[in-house]
Design a protein around this ligand. Structure first.
Ligand SMILES: *Cc1c(COP(=O)(O)O)cnc(C)c1O
Length: 396
């Protein structure tokens, strides 16, 4: 059936980055300085992220995937080891375990938050488990205390995938600072962006020292300085490392974004509260809202994940298509890892293995949420969602 065409200026993208003249000026300053790659801006960005997260160290890298990889490597994960990974996550969490020839042991999640729980971690623990990766889904922190306690009794290291959670905190403790290591992402769609980028944060001197070597070819610390006036031509290759360093171009953007981080979070919170009020008002029978944070919790609101109630799995594709026709971009977070061909083929996973994650995934739609999304645009999304739900389904 023909729908009226949506003009481009009426379209509501799933994501738009929030960039100002300050980011632009910061990039131009780096271009004019003649020093483009890792340097003074990167060092300043590391200090700023460490201060925000409340950790002793921050090691800048070119993605959160790199940060997770270096974290596991620094913690000594290797062949024959297992790392517990929630199935409800992005590809990165499983693949970094495979980089080290270890096994990602998948675990189910909580039905309300889609976060890992201590109970699901416990069920996934094996004698060879060396670490667990905890994802703060959508920017709402997982309940860390029982996870950290259980991990400590079993000698399991805790890595926080805080790719959605900058800034986020609970009881004054920031995401990324509670486990042994945290990883932030500055990918284009994340809450603080540098286009591509990431940061490893930790209180451990040993992990930070190791990551500073492995992120740049395994050559001795601060090797990038060798082309500065403070530097020296001499360096030593201490081990086989990776090419994971962050550029000063990216770090300069990151410094501005981080400074704006809390103000941008408050704008996303405005969007989230407006969605929540309107959806509860008009579509409560059809739409399950994401969990709202307790008063002691700062929610990063990277995502606004709703779930369709009755018959949601059958209707989702049709609803997404209707929204697309209305010019509204959406996404789905996440297709559980165990449903992907690689995990089925390699570990024999199949549908039904992690029923909670599957039941959420099948009904989930992520709505647009970003600082520049206006109240009027939020209202249009809610209206279009209502219209899509009123159409007879399933449409696919
Ligand atoms: C985006 C994302 C990553 C990877 O971040 P990159 O910086 O793109 O490597 C890891 N985990 C989760 C949960 C993510 O959403």
């Amino acid at each position: 059936m023909a729908s009226p065409t949506v003009t481009a200026d009426r379209a509501i993208a799933f994501h738009r980055p929030s960039l100002t003249s300050e980011e632009r000026a910061a990039v131009l300053e780096v271009l004019d300085s003649g020093w483009l790659t890792t340097g003074s801006r990167t060092l300043a960005f590391e200090e700023a992220v460490a201060a925000t997260a409340g950790t002793r160290h921050a090691v800048a890298v070119n993605s959160a995937t790199a940060a997770l990889h270096l974290a596991l490597e620094a913690l000594g994960v290797g062949t024959g080891d297992e790392v517990v990974v929630p199935t409800y996550t992005f590809a990165a969490c499983g693949e970094v375990v495979r980089y080290l020839d270890a096994r990602p042991r998948l675990a189910d999640v909580d039905a309300r938050t889609m976060n890992l729980t201590a109970a699901s971690l416990e069920a996934a623990l094996r004698p060879t488990t060396r670490a667990v990766i905890v994802v703060h889904f959508g920017g709402l922190m997982a309940t860390m205390e029982p996870i950290v306690e259980l991990a400590a009794t079993r000698g399991v290291a805790v890595i926080e995938d805080a790719a959605h959670a900058l800034p986020a905190s609970r009881a004054g403790r920031s995401a990324g600072s509670i486990g042994d290591v945290g990883a932030f992402s500055f990918y284009a769609t994340k809450t603080v962006t540098t286009g591509e980028g990431g940061m490893l944060v930790t209180d451990s001197d040993a992990v930070a020292d190791r990551a500073r070597v492995t992120r740049l070819h395994g050559i001795s610390r601060d090797a990038w300085k060798r082309y500065t006036s403070a530097g020296n031509w001499y360096y030593e290759i201490e081990d086989v490392g990776f090419k994971y360093n962050l550029t000063d171009l990216a770090a300069a953007i990151g410094l501005v974004q981080l400074r704006r981080g809390e103000a941008m979070r408050q704008e996303r919170q405005r969007v989230a509260l407006r969605y929540a009020a309107q959806l509860a008002d008009s579509l409560d029978a059809e739409i399950e809202l994401p969990v709202m944070p307790d008063p002691d919790t700062v929610h990063a609101w990277h995502l606004f994940p709703v779930r369709l109630r009755e018959g949601g799995a059958d209707r989702r594709a049709g609803v997404i298509e209707e929204l697309r026709r209305a010019g509204i971009g959406t996404s789905v977070h996440f297709i559980p890892l165990h449903l992907h061909p690689y995990y089925r083929r390699t570990y024999g996973h199949r549908p039904g293995d992690f029923p909670v994650a599957e039941a959420q995934y099948e009904r989930e739609i992520s709505l647009p949420i970003y600082p520049d999304l206006t109240d009027a645009e939020v209202d249009r999304v809610v209206e279009a969602l209502g219209a899509a739900l009123r159409r007879p389904g399933p449409t696919s």
